[in-house]
Design a protein around this ligand. Structure first.
Ligand code: PMP
Length: 401
């Protein structure tokens, strides 16, 4: 692994030539040339499907595809590639747990505790399964520091508590709750814990065994990989207990008109031809990530977010929703609508996001209808911070009387 070098790192992202000032990596990360090349090579050079055909190329492809599971397992310190189920992303992974694990088990009156900081992807699937089963979703509120208040967990846990759904890192505040504490409390009550790793994985992939995480989900596209591919980690015994929600090819071992028997996990949860190109691209991203000192890159991008926060804080009416040191900076200006500001910023070539960030309950708890969000990645530079601040100044001149 090389020491982190910002300009060498940046040079690997061809999209930066055209993307203007890209401050939207929390929505999706740009792709390095290594991932683009691997994806292109897959479509240009490979022939055959995985897990089906006998000819050499198809067999080689299957071996590469399966080896990528081991790479994900290594990233998360999972016991084996067999703990990794391919999904389209975090959203699908959490829905899979809700429908395939929780739905067959939940009884009327059972409780699912969900933190108020969650992205809709880690709330709506639980609301849906609650509607389907008669279970109840219980809110774990934010504390004064805007992190989910884990200290309230003991008073929320009852004899009917079954599942805790908690994000590793908020996509708005950047806050990272104490997962270890939450998991210990939930496990003491016999609950199963679903951790949404969509934002956290690129900054500090969770060590699922050390934290004793039951289920962990992430998306490839936030980890410099392709869209449409992600993974669900599950403890072997929990994956085994899951009832497949999709039926079809490759998830079965025997089929008659009277019924079917399933393959072992992870295959029983992966019906149909998978996103092989996505897996190959994600595998390339994981291989390429080994060349990066993630800790150094992380402190570099946090430094940029802090610089932006410090600069913008000199402008009247500035408010930051950053609840911890992170590479995300959600902010607004008193009396300025985030929608007006983002439209002007877009016109000045600044790519960032404004709105509710798929986290309406969190925004309601923060008491705002929306925020702007600049998210920094290791390919950003101080020049990007300066460009953001200058563009905000231009916008403020227009928007503030
Ligand atoms: N959780 C969080 C915290 C996220 O930031 C996102 C993506 N914005 C998701 C879940 C959903 O990820 P995806 O859309 O890739 O499924």
């Amino acid at each position: 692994m090389n020491a982190f070098n910002p300009s060498q790192f940046r040079a690997q992202f061809p999209a930066l030539a055209d993307a203007g000032i890209y401050l939207d990596s929390a929505a999706t990360a740009l792709k390095p040339q290594a991932v683009i090349d691997a994806t292109q090579q897959f479509y240009s050079l490979s022939a055959g499907n995985v897990h089906r055909s006998q000819f050499a190329q198809a067999q080689q492809l299957t071996a590469r595809y399966e080896a990528a599971r081991d790479q994900v397992a290594a990233l998360l310190n999972a016991p084996s590639g067999k703990n990794i189920v391919w999904t389209r992303g975090t959203t699908e992974a959490i829905n899979m747990v809700a429908q395939c694990y929780a739905r067959p088990r939940l009884q009327v009156g059972d409780e699912i505790i969900v933190s108020e900081a969650e992205h809709h992807a880690n709330l709506v699937p639980w609301l849906m399964v609650a509607q389907q089963t008669g279970a109840r979703v219980v809110k774990l509120p934010l504390g004064a520091d805007h992190l989910p208040d884990i200290n309230q967990l003991p008073s929320l846990i009852t004899a009917r508590s079954r599942i805790l759904a908690l994000g590793q890192m908020s996509n708005v505040t950047g806050g990272c709750p104490d997962l270890a504490q939450a998991i210990t409390l939930a496990h003491a009550a016999g609950m199963v814990v679903m951790v949404d790793g969509a934002q956290g994985v690129v900054h500090f992939p969770a060590n699922v065994q050390r934290l004793d995480i039951d289920f962990y989900a992430f998306s490839g596209h936030k980890l410099y990989g392709p869209n449409g591919i992600g993974a669900l980690y599950g403890k072997a015994e929990l994956l085994d207990e899951m009832t497949p929600w999709l039926g079809g090819g490759k998830m079965i071992s025997e089929v008659t008109f009277d019924g079917f028997t399933t393959q072992p996990v992870p295959y029983k949860l992966e019906a149909g031809t998978p996103n092989v190109a996505g897996v190959i691209g994600l595998s390339a991203a994981l291989e390429w990530l080994k060349t990066l000192d993630i800790a150094q890159a992380e402190s570099y991008s946090r430094g940029l977010a802090t610089l932006a926060e410090d600069q913008l804080a000199k402008r009247p009416g500035f408010r930051s929703f950053r609840c911890q040191d992170s590479s995300l900076l959600a902010f607004d200006f008193d009396g300025v609508h985030h929608g007006d500001m983002v439209t002007l910023l877009a016109g000045y070539g600044i790519a960032l996001r404004a709105g509710q960030h798929c986290a309406q309950p969190l925004l309601a708890a923060l008491g705002v209808s929306g925020t702007l969000r600049a998210s920094f990645a290791p390919y950003n530079t101080q020049h990007d911070v300066d460009a953001l601040v200058q563009a905000v100044d231009r916008a403020l001149e227009i928007l503030v009387d």
